[in-house]
Design a binder for this molecule. Structure first.
Ligand code: MN
Length: 139
């Protein structure tokens, strides 16, 4: 189980992604534009971010680049979501710093596999810190 931030302006896609991730025990937090998504990423420090590429105002790749340039959020894996299944988008998302790329419509097998892989990789890289900080103060 992990805290996952979904930044997506399409109501149907947001609903689907939220249901799919909640069903396997993840805690989902949602933002419908890049600005509020960046704010939530910094305050909530989610374990992973699903980032729609096409967002109003600031696009998802610009937002990803900002997250990846901020030391506080740079290590959070970002999965780009786009309806445009083109090789150029794949390359653009990689250059912006996205860790993975999923073409919409969202397929649950691909979503789960990508999320699981990135969470496992991050866990393997993370320094050994207490999972529950409050435990440090109870004994
Ligand atoms: Mn969109």
């Amino acid at each position: 189980m992990a805290k996952i931030l979904i930044i997506e302006d399409n109501v149907a896609n947001m609903k689907l992604a939220t249901i799919l991730l909640s069903n396997v025990g993840h805690v989902v937090i949602c933002a419908v534009d890049a600005e509020s998504g960046l704010t939530l990423a910094r305050s909530e420090l989610p374990a992973l971010i699903l980032m729609d590429v096409q967002l109003p105002e600031m696009d998802g790749l610009t937002a990803t680049a900002l997250l990846k340039h901020d030391p506080a959020t740079a290590t959070i894996p970002v999965i780009a979501l786009t309806a445009m299944a083109m090789q150029s988008d794949r390359e653009k998302s990689r250059l912006a710093g996205c860790d993975a790329y999923i073409a919409k419509p969202l397929r649950y097998q691909e979503l789960y596999a990508t999320v699981d892989t990135l969470l496992a990789e991050r866990k393997a890289q993370a320094p050994p810190v207490a999972t529950h900080p409050q435990e440090r103060y109870t004994s």
